[in-house]
Design a protein around this ligand. Structure first.
Ligand code: GLY
Ligand code: MN
Ligand code: MN
Length: 457
């Protein structure tokens, strides 16, 4: 990426928020325990606008009358002693040179300088939800500026939440972002294939997880996009399963929801496959229903469609697939029509029976965040229509845990959880499946399970 790309993003954001000073801070180091910290992960809005990766930094975009849009950036100054302990810093001069900010200052002076930067604007914007401390500090400054009533400059009277405006920008990926997302998906392909090759009864979820993540690292991914879910057997029923340490049993399935991160961009892929490499008939039957719903959803993912429309169609395919196969039945005498209605039509409490077997949504935005921070509704509260350049996941699933009180499932299904998830770029003509290379058809999966895991090393 060129520095000019970041400057363009800053200018676009400023034009979406006229007469507004925009303030975004770096993420904070998160303590794991005592003086031990989690790996630092930059605030994704700051990363999107600047590409800057260090903690303790802060961006102010100003647009005072007559001055145009200016970028002010605060960083840690060079410090040999601190750098010996905790790693290199760019410092003020190099940051200015490399990132082409209009002004770069010492972060320790930030709160002496910021009030003057905000003066002359009618509004100030920051990320209320992600940066509450910053929001409180800015509110204090706005309050104190309002006291200077004789000063002939605008004093901010509104504190805006910037998440909607920056979320709109982040919705449409540019060619650099797509290059990184394609690469993340390619690496994820290798990791998932490696997991299929190494998995066998007697190994643990942790064995498979660590081999897959090793293959991610070996192929250039700096981190996992989110904590991998490697769930054998009934652990797949826990949607955000994180323990990842159980023994893997013969004749059961394993669900892996894992994606590599490349240059900050996430992939998010789920595959479900037999631990011993061969689907049994009932596993196959359910898998094919989920796969059919996923393929239909992908066919519908094109400009003009909305995420809720796609979700509704997925639900129909899942419900009808289960009924056609006789996998769901009622304990009362119920017609097929009424069963379908019970599965799909909302009742007075806004719930419907399919939720017992498919409790999550079908899609979310994907980008710098795995659940990318963009709006789902337009200003009139209508569902956003898909447009070229947007990236979504499509991830239907079926989970057989507790049966709905009126709709039973065939008992051999108990404990089965299947999800299939791909990453989809919306294009002018329809879409491109970024994760298309990852085996998904039953035959492809069974072939991938036969490969020697050493082929990935
Ligand atoms: N891996 C998180 C999700 O699928 O949304
Ligand atoms: Mn997802
Ligand atoms: Mn996922």
């Amino acid at each position: 990426m060129e520095e000019s790309d970041f400057i363009q993003r800053q200018n676009k954001l400023a034009s979406l928020m006229p007469e507004t000073a925009i303030v975004i801070s770096a993420a904070k180091h998160m303590t794991k325990s005592h003086d031990n910290e989690f790996l630092f992960h930059q605030n994704t809005h700051l990363k999107y606008l600047t590409g800057f990766r260090e903690p303790e930094s802060l961006l102010v975009i100003t647009q005072k009358n007559g001055e145009g849009v200016k970028s002010h950036f605060f960083v840690r100054p060079k410090d040999d002693f601190a750098e010996m302990w905790n790693g290199k810093r760019l410092g003020i001069e190099l940051t200015k040179e490399m990132f082409k900010f209009d002004y770069v200052y010492d972060i320790t002076k930030a709160w002496d300088i910021i009030p003057a930067l905000l003066l002359g604007h009618k509004k100030v914007a920051c990320d209320w939800a992600e940066q509450p401390e910053l929001t409180t500090k800015l509110l204090k400054i706005i309050t104190s500026l309002s006291g200077a009533r004789k000063k002939k400059e605008h004093k901010p009277t509104h504190l805006l939440n910037l998440s909607n405006a920056i979320g709109q920008l982040r919705l449409i990926k540019d060619s650099n972002e797509l290059q990184f997302m394609r690469k993340a998906a390619q690496i994820t392909n290798l990791g998932h294939r490696a997991a299929m090759s190494v998995c066998e009864p007697g190994k643990t979820e942790a064995d498979v997880k660590s081999f897959m993540e090793y293959i991610f690292r070996l192929n250039g991914s700096e981190d996992d996009a989110y904590p991998s879910i490697v769930a054998g057997g009934k652990n797949a029923l826990i949607l955000h399963y994180v323990e990842n340490n159980a023994l893997l049993n013969d004749k059961e399935l394993i669900l892996i929801d894992a994606g590599s991160q490349f240059k900050g961009y996430a992939s998010d892929v789920t595959r479900t496959f037999p631990i011993n490499g061969k689907f049994d008939p009932i596993q196959k039957e359910v898998y094919e229903i989920v796969l059919a719903s996923q393929k239909l959803a992908i066919a519908l993912a094109k400009p003009g469609s909305t995420i809720p429309q796609i979700h509704k169609e997925v639900e129909k395919v899942l419900a009808r697939g289960l009924l056609d196969a006789g996998l769901l039945t009622s304990n009362k005498e119920m017609s097929r029509e009424s069963l379908e209605e019970l599965l799909l039509e909302k009742d007075a409490k806004d719930s419907y029976a399919l939720r017992a077997y498919y409790p999550h949504g079908t899609s979310h935005w994907l980008g710098l965040d795995v659940h990318d921070m963009s709006p789902y509704l337009d200003n009139d509260l209508n569902d956003l229509e898909l447009r070229p350049g947007m990236v979504i996941t499509i991830e239907p699933g079926l989970y057989f845990n507790k049966a709905h009180e009126q709709i039973k499932f065939k008992l051999p299904l108990h404990g089965i959880g299947i999800r299939i998830e791909d990453d989809i770029l919306i294009t002018e003509k329809g879409n491109e499946i970024l994760s298309a290379a990852i085996p998904k058809e039953i035959m492809q999966i069974e072939e991938a399970c036969k490969i020697d895991h050493k082929d990935f090393l």
